[in-house]
Ligand binder design. Structure first.
Ligand SMILES: NC(=O)c1ccc[n+]([C@@H]2O[C@H](COP(=O)([O-])OP(=O)(O)OC[C@H]3O[C@@H](n4cnc5c(N)ncnc54)[C@H](O)[C@@H]3O)[C@@H](O)[C@H]2O)c1
Length: 279
């Protein structure tokens, strides 16, 4: 694997392009919005400059990474060995994009989706070659977070999994391999803990601060479940909870009444200035 193409240059796409370029791949980044690619490459430059300032990145490595990364078109991405999409979380959009890419991709090219919740198998099922589709779930910010959650759908070819595991190792991520089940491993566990913590606030078991301390000091979580819910956004987590409650048939994921009330009042967490905490 030599060339990596990334479609969607937003929050996740530019970060994925950065880690691939730093690992020595030839990377092409594209977006429907040309300005987004420019901003994305600007952010990569900013991240790398900060790395150099902090002594974490050698100036020569920054320069090599920037030289390996270029803006391109969808046709450039279709010529890549690994094609990763990081476009908005909409099934139909991802399918339409992969259909376009697979029409001209080499038979050995891999199509990877950065979806955080959609079924990888359902996306793959709408393509001519579902065996080349896999999930590569990165975490934000991509250049800092150590985890790469690889999602294997029912028809994903074993050699595709092996190639993506090798890619993950080369970009310096810790790879976990998860079946294409709702919520994968990360969202399923994270959201479950978050919903239970909210129910505990609702029942007056303890204050949000003390519930978070229970996990931070008692279980060494870096952030408590309520602060994390504030950081992700109560609305975003509520929708994931609703989806998982239905998909898994498990009422533990059902958003508590308190959460629904807070969302209705616009108390969405960090982005609105108020959630379980004042920000
Ligand atoms: N933000 C996160 O913390 C996070 C974490 C893990 C996974 N994800 C997943 O990553 C994906 C991207 O999320 P994001 O937060 O980077 O979104 P974003 O909105 O920041 O970026 C999406 C980009 O895709 C572009 N785009 C839209 N339609 C396109 C098309 N047809 N072709 C090419 N580009 C197109 C947009 O112009 C935008 O620049 C989603 O599936 C999301 O669920 C996000």
């Amino acid at each position: 694997m030599v060339r990596v193409g990334v479609v969607g240059a937003g929050t996740m796409g530019h970060g994925i392009a950065q880690v691939a370029a730093m690992a020595g791949y030839e990377v092409v980044l594209t977006d429907v919005d040309a300005g987004a690619v420019e901003r994305g490459i600007g952010k990569v430059r900013g991240n790398l400059d900060k790395g150099v300032e902090k002594g974490k990145v050698a100036p020569a490595d920054r320069d090599a990474a920037l030289a390996a990364l270029r803006a391109g078109s969808l046709a450039d991405v279709a010529a890549c060995d690994l094609q990763i999409e990081a476009v908005p979380e909409k099934h139909d959009l991802k399918v339409a994009l992969f259909r376009q890419l697979e029409a001209t991709a080499a038979p050995t090219a891999i199509l990877a989706t950065n979806t955080s919740s959609l079924s990888v198998g359902a996306i793959a099922a709408e393509l001519a070659h579902p065996e080349r589709v896999i999930g590569t779930h990165f975490f934000n910010p991509v250049h800092i977070m150590a985890l790469l959650e690889v999602i294997v759908a029912e028809r994903t070819a074993p050699e595709v999994l092996e190639a993506v595991k090798a890619f993950g190792q080369r970009i310096g991520k810790d790879v976990i391999v998860v079946k294409d089940a709702p919520g994968f491993a990360t969202s399923r566990l994270g959201v479950c803990l978050g919903m239970e913590a909210i129910r505990m606030v609702e029942q007056g078991v303890a204050s949000p601060e003390d519930i978070d301390k229970a996990m931070v000091l008692g279980y060494r979580h870096p952030v408590g479940p309520l602060k994390l819910t504030d950081m992700v956004g109560l609305d975003v987590r509520m929708h994931i909870g609703e989806y998982l409650a239905g998909a898994l048939g498990n009422p533990a994921f059902e958003p508590p009444e308190l959460m629904r009330r807070m969302v209705a009042e616009g108390r969405l967490g960090k982005k609105s200035g108020r959630g379980f905490y004042d920000w």
